[in-house]
Design a protein around this ligand. Structure first.
Ligand code: PLP
Ligand code: ZN
Length: 448
């Protein structure tokens, strides 16, 4: 029992000072961020049942568990007695052959490009469900009856939904210009939504001040170290779904810069436990040009963030002063990767490209990832023969406003076959007409 208490705790990323388990994200000794540190010997022992060949045993143990993120519970900071109440995660990973050909310009990439699709993560259709699930497990253990967050949209949805499920009160702070679907998708869960006339960075600063005054669990302020660990499950799943193999490359959208850092931590932990062969995975960050503090730093060779004022349709990524920017730069550079950014028109083209080639409708963040991946193939930083995973982190139905005007609403036609035939002739390209019309007429039982 006491072993369990000790199997993880907060530790300063810089000075190493240990802080036990408490709602806190900054080291008082050196003002650096805190991170969860684990006792891996304990994890190896418990996971592997103390056997001599733990690797196989651990893989088998995991495989027998339900298909959700809780199958990696030993590698998450979950308080004693915690029982998961929602099957979050374990989203599909699949090949994207048509997209691969379009992005790389070769047929070789078709077998090697994968999409990890958190556009269908339960319950709110983004990877934020993973982080919130872990944060709220701890919010309960720390005795909070109210949870809160500053959000660029998806986090708001996730906190509100999980809080409803857990019977906690939720206060959500958002920039006032968020996508309507993301605001509605927060209200519906009965959360208190506070719109702030300012950008995310201003909302976040306000939340830090509120956290000092009210005993609330802010998932991305005082619970941030616990929250961030939830992102590792995205990485665990990639490795398991590739057959306990690491890919050559990961292309990951970045806002605060936490997800990309935690996928790397997940891979490192799997290597440490002997669950995958060691491999030098390259990490590629993706941002929108209108808010690209991390990619700008990588491109200019700087190790520190120069804050920006966001101006992009990719609002889920619009953080001008990313909390984990420094560590994201480090993860990218030390892996031999790179970071790119794309303009808003490229984001829209990329959303459409992914939808038209693979049938996946992603939000703007996914457009950023796909657009940047195309650049990276063209720059030969990603090679067609390498196994590459694109992180699709959110659902397109939440950001339909960015596609307004792309598709014309056409005049309705009368419910008459003749009307349709007329419409068809007007619509089709001239050279397609004869064959298609013949086929259509045949199907409709009209003599040709
Ligand atoms: C929050 C978010 C990200 C980025 O996450 P960070 O960990 O803050 O870098 C990526 N995609 C979507 C859809 C998000 O909502
Ligand atoms: Zn410290």
């Amino acid at each position: 029992m006491s072993n369990y208490d000790l199997h993880y705790e907060l530790r300063c990323r810089e000075c190493g000072h240990r802080w036990g388990n408490q709602p806190r994200s900054i080291c008082d000794e050196c003002f650096s961020p805190l991170e969860i540190a684990y006792d891996y010997d304990w994890i190896r022992y418990v996971f592997g049942n103390g056997t001599l060949d733990p690797t196989r045993t651990i893989r088998e143990a995991i495989a027998q568990r339900p298909a959700n993120m809780w199958r990696y519970s030993e590698l998450l900071p979950l308080p004693q007695g915690f029982t998961p109440r929602l099957p979050v995660g374990f989203t599909p990973l699949f090949q994207a052959p048509h997209l691969a050909e379009r992005l790389s310009g070769t047929a070789t990439a078709a077998k090697n490009l994968y999409i990890k699709n958190d556009a269908v993560c339960l319950p709110t259709l983004s990877f934020k469900d993973r982080v919130v699930a872990v944060a709220l497990a701890n919010a309960r253990a720390f005795g909070f009856d109210t949870v809160s967050c500053s959000s660029t949209g998806n986090l708001a949805n996730a906190v509100a939904a999980h809080a409803a499920r857990e019977g906690l009160k939720a206060w959500i702070f958002i920039p006032s210009d968020l996508e309507p679907a993301k605001i509605l998708g927060t209200n519906v869960f009965g959360a208190k939504v506070v719109r702030i006339a300012g950008n995310y960075d201003q909302v976040n600063r306000l939340c830090s001040q509120i956290a000092d005054e009210h005993r609330w669990g802010f998932v991305n302020v005082n619970l941030r170290p616990y929250y961030a660990e939830g992102s590792k499950t995205f990485g665990f799943e990639i490795a398991e779904q590739l057959g306990w193999r690491l890919p050559d490359n990961v292309v990951c959208p970045m806002a605060g810069g936490s997800l990309i850092v935690k996928i790397k931590k997940a891979f490192d932990e799997l290597v440490k436990l002997g669950l995958v062969e060691p491999k030098e995975v390259k990490f590629f960050g993706a941002q929108a040009t209108g808010c690209s503090p991390i990619s700008t730093a990588v491109k200019t060779g700087s190790s520190e963030i120069e804050p920006q004022k966001p101006n992009t349709i990719a609002r889920s990524l619009a953080i001008g002063n990313p909390a984990d920017g420094h560590y994201a730069i480090k993860a990218i550079k030390s892996s031999g990767g790179w970071s790119e950014d794309v303009s808003d028109p490229e984001v829209i083209d990329s959303i459409r490209l992914l939808a038209e080639t693979e049938g996946i409708f992603t939000e703007t963040a996914g457009g950023v990832t796909v657009g940047c991946a195309g650049k990276l193939y063209r720059q030969d930083r990603i090679l067609p023969e390498e196994t590459t995973v694109l992180c699709v982190t959110g659902n397109g139905l939440k950001t339909t406003d960015v596609l307004a005007g792309v598709y014309q609403t056409e005049r309705p036609i009368a419910p008459k076959l003749a009307e349709f035939e007329h419409y068809l002739q007007q619509t089709l390209h001239v050279d397609e007409v004869p064959e298609v019309i013949a086929a259509a007429q045949e199907a409709a039982g009209v003599g040709a």
